[in-house]
Design a protein around this ligand. Structure first.
Ligand code: PMP
Ligand code: GLN
Length: 380
């Protein structure tokens, strides 16, 4: 059959490629972002409990009420915003499905969507498959900051949405209050939707607070905030998350969500709802992952890799220009085959080729894994 691909430039994701290569060569896998340790036994027990209680059929389309209710309480406590669990929170199959559905809901052919690069991989294809046009704002190493005056120049009458991500994958940088004030100035009074990927809301370091979109009521009027329970619970394989948006946006979002997945895994939603009743666990994550970041940094001390400060996420960037001139996509292959460590090349998060010599390492790993990786990388 003669097929004309809607996504001709898209191949297998870098995370799949690098994890497969790490397995093939028996390398330590600091590439794809997932913990190499298990989630809590209490959480697993709760899933079993709800399965045995018979919560094994379809959940309500927007999500199990108990989970939406506890999320509303969590949001009020953390970000000070009162949201209605019935009309403003929808449980999704991870952050990825929330992002894809949000983009599908609002982007029509020829709409322009501003993406900030380096950008997580799922935004651009979601825009393109819906006929939209990604417009790129590029951040550069080592600061990876946004000059909002320059970003504003990319806006045209076709701009429908701006996608931001904080804490940011892959750079580990976070949006500050001053960024939100600038973004508010740009988006409010224009017909622009703000979609904020907050998958790493509980992984913010150095005593900073997470600057959620939900702290900014004026942006929230035209905003959607996306969360991933995979990151909060050490359960990336469960693919659970949620999206929070005002009633008019949520109503439209659910029209697409309903025919995309309809509803999400029932017993796990009940389990997460009960698990979130004790906030101590997720409130401890900032410290837990900050310690891992610092452990990786100390394991790498004395190496020729230069760290670029990570303020949040699972990730730490390293500049390797003191070691090699090779393109990062080549360098990471050699890291696996010759040195036994898998990393992600940061250039793949840009749509146009970048010649910066930077790789991303994931520190959501046991100290044993990080220490071994450090030993290997110090020898280079
Ligand atoms: N956004 C970012 C920035 C991510 O890093 C990830 C994956 N870790 C996702 C979204 C997807 O999250 P999920 O696994 O919940 O779909
Ligand atoms: N978010 C993960 C990362 O950045 C990857 C998730 C995936 O493999 N799609 O590594």
């Amino acid at each position: 059959m003669l097929l004309s691909s809607k996504l001709p430039g898209i191949g297998t994701s870098i995370f799949t490629v690098m994890s497969a290569m790490a397995n093939e060569h028996g390398a330590i896998n600091l590439s794809q972002g997932f913990p190499d340790f298990d989630c809590s036994d209490r959480l697993k027990g709760l899933v079993e409990k709800y399965m045995r209680l018979g919560y094994n059929q379809y959940a309500p389309m927007p999500g199990v009420p108990a989970l939406r209710k506890i999320m509303a309480e969590k949001i009020k406590a953390l970000y000070g915003l009162s949201v209605d669990p019935d009309t403003e929170i929808t449980v999704t199959a991870g952050a990825t499905q929330a992002l894809f559905c949000a983009i599908s809901t609002f982007i029509r052919p020829d709409d322009e969507v501003i993406l900030v690069e380096p950008a997580y991989d799922c935004y651009r294809p979601a825009v393109e498959v819906n006929g939209g046009r990604p417009v790129t704002y590029e951040m550069s190493a080592p600061d990876y900051t946004i000059d909002w005056r320059l970003l504003e120049r990319l806006i045209t009458w076709k701009t429908r949405m701006i996608v931001v991500n904080t804490p940011h994958n892959p750079t580990g940088k976070t949006l500050k209050n001053s960024d939100w004030r600038e973004l508010q100035h740009i988006a409010v009074n224009r017909d622009i939707i703000v979609l904020c990927d907050e998958a790493y809301e509980h992984l913010v370091f150095d005593g900073q607070r997470h600057e959620s979109l939900l702290r900014y009521p004026k942006i929230f009027e035209r905003g959607l905030a996306v969360f991933s329970f995979g990151k909060t619970l050490h359960t990336t394989g469960w693919k659970l998350g949620c999206i929070v948006a005002p009633p008019d946006l949520t109503k439209e979002f659910r029209k697409v969500h309903q025919f995309n997945v309809f509803a999400v895994n029932t017993p796990m939603q009940h389990a997460v709802a009960e698990f979130f009743e004790e906030p101590e666990e997720y409130l401890a994550l900032n410290g837990f992952f900050e310690k891992k970041r610092d452990f990786l940094l100390s394991a790498m001390k004395g190496s020729r890799f230069r760290p670029i400060h990570s303020e949040g996420t699972y990730f730490q960037l390293f500049d390797y220009s003191a070691i090699s001139d090779e393109a990062d996509t080549e360098f990471v292959k050699r890291l696996i085959t010759e040195h036994g460590v898998a990393a992600i090349p940061v250039s793949v998060f840009y749509s146009s080729r970048k010649n910066e010599r930077v790789i991303r390492l994931c520190f959501a790993k046991t100290e044993e894994t990080l220490a071994k990786a450090g030993e290997l990388l110090k020898k280079i």
